[in-house]
Design a protein around this ligand. Sequence first.
Ligand code: FAD
Length: 552
Amino acid sequence: MSYSHQERSQNIQRMSTEEFDLAIIGGGINGAGIARDAASRGLRVALVEANDFASGTSSRSSKLIHGGVRYLENFEFGLVFEALAERALLFKMAPHLVHPLRFLIPVYKNSRVGLWKMRLGMWLYDLLALFETPQMHESLDAKEVYDRVPGIEMRGLVGGVEYSDAYTDDDRLVIETLRDAHRLGAVTANYTKVIKANKDGDALRELVVQDQLSGETFQIRAKQFVSGVGPWTDIFGKKMDEDWKCLMRPTKGVHLVFSKKRIPIKKAVVMAVEKRIIFVIPRQEMVIVGTTDTDFHEDPAKVSTAIDDVDYILGALRTYFPSLEITHSDIISSYAGVRPLVHDGSESEGKTSREHSIFSHGPNLSFVVGGKYTTYRLIAEQAVDFILNKMDFEQRMTFGPSNTNKPLNQAVSPARYDMAISQISKMSQSTGLNPKLVESLVQRHGEEAEQLFRLIQNDYSHYNINEAHWMAEAHFAIENTMCMSLKDFYWRRSPLFLAAKKHGLRYLKPILVVFKEQLGWHEAKVQEEERLLLENMQLELSWRAKTEDFLP
Ligand code: FAD
């Protein structure tokens, strides 16, 4: 199913001519979830996103699908239960995007939470998952902790616990959700920004939207409108209503990325620092360490990593892994995101509630703010129920029930995914491709990996295999995920910026060949894209010493 620049153009055309039941503003995980849910009930849906899909908070999270062990401390059992049930569902809905991972919490003599309390908490965690967990928790003594986490600080270590949760590709989960929404009939486009609203009294009549690529403006008419703009809620609210009262308390969270060689752990480690926890998360290509939690009052588009954030995270790593002697130069990349938290009067950032809010502003405008990735499907269902309740009874009755607990991608149901995984060595033999590459492509794309095999073998066979691999990924991303720029590809369709040596810039030339062919870029556009890519890399890594040469 194609989901490319062509669908984008057609969708913009449709948005400006048709009338919709629901128009969604924001293409992060909340907007994407709402689009899929509403389309699954038969609503005529439009979704606009000012930048690329998932370019806001939704590509800047810890990338965990989890119940939230730490909420147990605040007795938020309902929240944990709900998240664990959604975790179980997401394993089935997106086996290529949600992978089980073991987490280990080391406990020291002076740890804030002692060993017996930790063990009790773990029983509760498995119980709240109704024991539907990839693997039950284990209690460990100090030696077992050390054996399982090489390099961990031994002094004062009394034991630990190991339990199961999961990691995901947050950005790809958004895009896969939008692809399914598209299959269900939703009309979606990235780089389309709401700049103004036209009203009839208190009611919204239409949104004025600017295409950020062509500069042209158009209007979207809908019966109901919902904002899923996350940390931009106050900025957007003021655009909709000059009397808008600010309600957000956004906080910044930073992550650092390392190679697996430099932090050679197989299980995620939970480090307790002051009143926070910082995760060290090994994944396919990298180890992600984070996060921080500090008030942030600027435009979310301007969020970036500061040297203080880097030093804070490195400090925790050095305390827990002194023998690894991690330094600034070990960091491959960093990223910063803004939590869309609603101000609840809490004294500190860490205490501000992580729960989501759904509320009305006027007769046909609703807002969905906050929440967690893990529960996005449920939040979307609640949001669409809420919106339907604002419609006439007769109108409401024309729609079906929510139908979103199905696989996000028809070609990647659990059975088909398991089948593809079991065929890796066969596929490797029949294609002649290295089994490791076949495995990583199947893990990322399930059965759709076959399209990439064909591209590597047929279209890009005269390039070396690494180049051919990234060219095939770029080709697939342009055709199937509305990838419109080099930045979209390096940041959100592939792990190149985050995890590759020198951010994968050595593949830039062959990748550009694909963009030129597929999107018809002329030379000036190529140069502009290259400039923007490097500029964004420099901005994201601006905490580094200016002289440091990270570009080739
Ligand atoms: P966003 O992803 O920010 O989407 C809003 C979108 O609206 C943006 O793409 C923006 O461009 C668009 N927009 C803004 N203005 C306009 C406009 N005028 N017109 C059109 N579009 C507009 N959750 C978990 O479950 N697990 C985790 O491990 C986890 N870790 C986290 C770590 C950090 C550091 C942070 C910050 C959050 C974490 N979360 C985690 C929470 C989760 O990431 C967020 O709750 C979620 O991504 C919010 O999604 P959203 O769609 O509401 O916002």
